[in-house]
Design a protein around this ligand. Sequence first.
Ligand SMILES: C[S@@+](CC[C@H](N)C(=O)[O-])C[C@H]1O[C@@H](n2cnc3c(N)ncnc32)[C@H](O)[C@@H]1O
Length: 268
Amino acid sequence: MTGTEQAAQGIDTTRPHPARVYDWYLGGKDNYPVDEQLARRITEIDGGAPRAARANRAFMRRATRALAEEAGIRQFLDIGTGIPTEPNLHQIAQSVAPDARVVYVDNDPIVLAHAGALLRGTPEGVTEYVQADARDPRSILDQAGAILDLDRPVALSLIALLHFLADEDGAHDVVRTLVDALAPGSCLVLSMMTADFEPENVRRGITAYAQGGVTLVARSQDEVGAFFTGLDLLEPGIVSVADWRPEEAPEGDGPISLYGAVGVKTAR
Ligand SMILES: C[S@@+](CC[C@H](N)C(=O)[O-])C[C@H]1O[C@@H](n2cnc3c(N)ncnc32)[C@H](O)[C@@H]1O
């Protein structure tokens, strides 16, 4: 993409963006020197940062597959989707259920620029992309409601999203508004950063992100639990993403400072 094309699409290459920093950790090519600079700085502080991104992505795959296979979920609303990285969520869901319907949402223009890769799903299923901000959940529900039947169960994924939303920015209200709109049988899938395992590294990482203009918040296990109020947590509860129903031996040593969990809404 040329500089003119980037500017025309609203892509700001003068400051780091979370989607592009994460893309760098995952070995992607859709990041810019400012993103790489911050990602390298974080990796100097915490050599496990790229490993954490991969573990988070693997959690997304396992949780999505579990919900499609075990819970029979056929509708997915994924907010904070990120730059496409195969396999994407719709590919997991539609490999289990080709008729699965998936709505992706992100607020970063770089994700919009690459959304085409998110829209290549099965002929029987549906994949759609909505450009919207998680802080406006009603608009997301309005747009998603045109594609998903909100009277039937939906898996709501907010994976590696909520650490970009502080409590003061309404993180709890956002999740509550979204979950309240979903039918019984719907599920909430969350992962987010924690300082419970390596407080000093995480504190230094948050400072480095802040110097790059990105605000991050770490939450304790109890604080993550508060997002699941009124929902039933699936086993194994709120654990490091690497420990949520692992299928492979962990990559490398040391903790992954991201909690992951899945809850089910049993009643309105
Ligand atoms: C670390 S990436 C996670 C991508 C993917 N969910 C995953 O876990 O592999 C976080 C994503 O959240 C998006 N994001 C951050 N704040 C957002 C907001 N307020 N509304 C919508 N998306 C947001 C970023 O643009 C980025 O794509």
